[in-house]
Design a protein around this ligand. Structure first.
Ligand code: GLN
Length: 485
């Protein structure tokens, strides 16, 4: 096996474009890496070895296309993004054999830019979870320590990128599912502003919260992928018609003079593990050295964020998942005689425990008599939370804090669902507010020796500022090594 897989996406794209390496070599290297590491990491539900090799050879025969920024670059998709003709399971038994007949818009854009897909990544069933332990198929391991979880719900995407099986993966983030696994696996993950990337072809969990985003090994790679995927799509009415700026042009700043970073006390106090706090605080100190000013900001409603998020996300999930009835999609119980029994049996056998728990709770908060007390109340708190952010961003350019209160934990350590939900405390507010947020690896925790991610949050469409600041900080931190596998 060569060392090609240790390069970043931007580096490999340049080598491919210049003809210095062939697509077939790069794809073969990734496939060899998959073969060598998958028995331990188990990041992928589907490996597309033959398709990828055939595509690579055809591309090499045609020669590099300078207009395609991702020409020949091997990538992986979270298994809830539709890829025409390839099984898309959502990590669920109910969609075990579902083969979509269309591509997600984000996928079309990556294809048009020249990407080669080598696999589809494991995930918590229907993206419900923070550890990838809720997959119906198997658990994924953290490449830094295979006894630990990779984070979730895009844990397969995080692990495949950290393990060097590909150069980038797409994840989705409804309440932290890009940022948590990025933090746990030591990679860069970006959840863009709601509406920035089309959700067409993303199998919905919480439609008002879901966003697709890149999971990669450098900030530059994140900027490049955002550039390719961002932009209005008539197939998604919530995708916004706001001009797409030049994200790569925002990179390369010399220092952080003139940048104000807000530090919310709610994110830096109680409940935060000491090693996470220390690694994040060191990164903030580095930003100060680079000229950034820090100011305290208040996000007073943070303590209500978990309750608000879980009411809204479960309500939306109960409605979105009603389409999986055994008739139109996926698994069907063939023994039931009556239609209603067929629905019940198909859904009972097809959905896992966590998904059923959420459908039941989501249906409850939407039912008459409880709608006002729960759903409507949560919707109001959500608006207030958004206003909190607006006030904070009047005082600062970006907010910085930890992604997660802990580093990656040992599998099985958060068996109580509530303990798992509490991990989302720092990530879910960005989804409720619709603002962009990212995880930047800032080193290893001194106790667990596991990666720590620093989170940036910004006002809507502030991705250029966020990427610019993150890339400057990234350049001044010790480079993040790849895990030894
Ligand atoms: N952990 C959160 C949940 O289970 C977030 C998941 C996500 O972002 N998809 O809902």
């Amino acid at each position: 096996m060569s060392e090609l897989h240790t390069k970043t996406l931007s580096e490999i794209a340049a080598l491919l474009k210049s003809g210095e390496v062939k697509v077939a070599e790069v794809v073969a290297d990734c496939l060899a890496r998959i073969e060598a590491t998958e028995p331990r990491v188990k990041a992928l539900i589907t490996v597309m070895a033959e398709e990828a090799m055939a595509q690579a050879k055809a591309m090499d025969a045609a020669g590099p296309d300078p207009d395609k920024p991702l020409w020949g670059v091997p990538m992986v998709l979270k298994d809830l993004l539709t890829l025409k003709g390839v099984k898309t399971t959502c990590g669920s038994k109910i969609l075990e054999d579902f083969v979509p007949f269309y591509d997600a818009t984000a996928v079309t854009r990556l294809k048009d830019a020249g990407a080669v897909f080598v696999g589809k990544a494991n995930m918590d069933e229907f993206a419900m979870g923070s550890s990838t332990e809720n997959s119906a198929f198997f658990m994924t391991a953290n490449p830094w320590d295979v006894d630990r979880v990779p984070g979730g719900s895009s844990g397969g995407s995080g692990a495949t990128v950290a393990a060097g099986q590909c150069f980038a993966a797409l994840g989705t983030d409804t309440g932290g599912s890009i940022r948590t696994p990025s933090s746990f696996c030591g990679i860069v993950g970006l959840k863009p502003t709601y509406g920035r990337i089309s959700r067409f072809g993303l199998i919905a969990y919480g439609s008002s919260l879901d966003q697709i985003g890149p999971m990669v090994r450098s900030v530059e790679d994140a900027a490049l992928l955002l550039q390719v995927m961002a932009g209005h799509d008539p197939k998604d009415s919530t995708s916004v018609d706001v001009p797409v700026p030049d994200y790569l042009a925002a990179l390369g700043r010399e220092d952080l003079d003139g940048v104000t970073i807000g530090l919310p006390e709610e994110y830096w106090g109680e409940g935060l593990d000491e090693e996470v706090k220390e690694a994040c605080a060191n990164a903030v100190a580095e930003m100060e050295k680079l000229g950034a000013k820090t100011v305290p900001v208040k996000l007073a409603l943070t303590e209500y964020a978990i309750a608000t998020y879980y009411i809204i996300a479960m309500a939306e999930a109960s409605s979105n998942l009603s389409r999986f009835d055994g008739v139109r999609f996926g698994y069907r119980n063939k023994k039931a005689d009556e239609l209603i029994d067929m629905y019940t049996a198909s859904r009972t056998e097809g959905f896992g425990d966590e998904v059923q728990r959420r459908i039941i709770m989501g249906t409850y908060v939407l039912s008459s008599g409880y709608y006002d007390a729960y759903y409507n109340k949560a919707a109001k708190v959500r608006r207030l939370l958004r206003q909190d952010f607006e006030k904070a961003f009047a005082q600062c350019d970006l907010i910085a804090g930890p992604v997660c209160p802990t580093t990656a934990f040992v599998k099985g350590a958060k068996a109580d669902p509530l303990q798992m939900y509490l991990l989302d405390i720092f990530t879910i507010s960005a989804n409720l507010a619709g603002i962009p947020a990212m995880s930047l690896p800032v080193g290893l925790g001194k106790d667990s020796s596991m990666p720590v991610g620093l989170q940036f949050m910004g006002a809507p469409f502030s991705e250029p500022t966020m990427l610019g600041v993150a890339e400057c900080l990234e350049r001044h931190l010790d480079p993040m090594p790849m895990p030894e596998l």
